[in-house]
Design a protein around this ligand. Structure first.
Ligand SMILES: NC(=O)c1ccc[n+]([C@@H]2O[C@H](COP(=O)([O-])OP(=O)(O)OC[C@H]3O[C@@H](n4cnc5c(N)ncnc54)[C@H](O)[C@@H]3O)[C@@H](O)[C@H]2O)c1
Length: 178
């Protein structure tokens, strides 16, 4: 990979779960390659730290504190990006949580938390971003897992959400890729 390439120059990217981990790395790489990047995360302080570090390196980024499992917060986040930069070209759905348990031991609130953050959030972000992505012929990348295709013991909700994410991604591809 040539990190000197500015292949995303002029493009606007939204990266969820970008305050740490894989999302942070995606946000950094997109910024290094020329994109303006929205650092979207429910953890406001580390998201701002990531944004401040990238800004200090001369990249155009902004931290947007958002719980991506909330439709109202996602709508406000997308509106803020479009108000600031006028377009959306790339959506990288990374926000996710891991919880452990079988169907017997997983509580209803744990089940809802995992499905809301790992699956419903992707619907919400895409629902609000696609009208803007249509205009730019933009792209969506969803962060799945080996547990989208296989499973192990004690991860019932996580595996369910990640399997379903593949179905959602396939469905959106058929509906919008053309
Ligand atoms: N780390 C792995 O080995 C691995 C393997 C396969 C898939 N994944 C997937 O990759 C993605 C990132 O994983 P990671 O290991 O970098 O995770 P991480 O825990 O390091 O980072 C996840 C980020 O998402 C944010 N987040 C969580 N819930 C959120 C919400 N409701 N709204 C907004 N932000 C929220 C967290 O604050 C955190 O900054 C996840 O979707 C995960 O399921 C990770």
């Amino acid at each position: 990979m040539n990190h000197g390439d500015k292949e995303f120059s002029g493009k606007v990217a939204i990266v969820t779960g970008a305050a740490m981990g894989i999302g942070q790395a995606v946000a950094e790489l997109l910024a290094e390659r020329g994109a303006k990047v929205a650092i979207v995360d429910r953890d406001e302080v580390p998201a701002k730290e990531v944004a401040d570090t990238l800004s200090a390196r001369g990249f155009e980024v902004r931290a947007i504190a958002t719980d991506v499992s909330s439709g109202a917060q996602v709508a406000a986040c997308i509106a803020e990006v479009v108000d600031a930069w006028g377009r959306i070209d790339i959506v990288s759905n990374n926000a996710g949580i891991q919880r452990y348990g079988t169907v017997e031991t997983t509580t209803e609130s744990e089940w809802d938390e995992v499905i809301d953050i790992n699956l419903k959030s992707v619907y919400l972000v895409c629902h609000h971003a696609i009208p803007h992505l249509r205009k730019t012929r933009g792209a969506i990348v969803n962060m799945a897992s080996v547990q989208s295709f296989a499973t192990q013991r004690g991860v019932a909700a996580y595996t369910t959400g990640k399997h379903a994410l593949i179905g959602l991604t396939r469905s959106m591809a058929l509906d919008f890729a053309g």
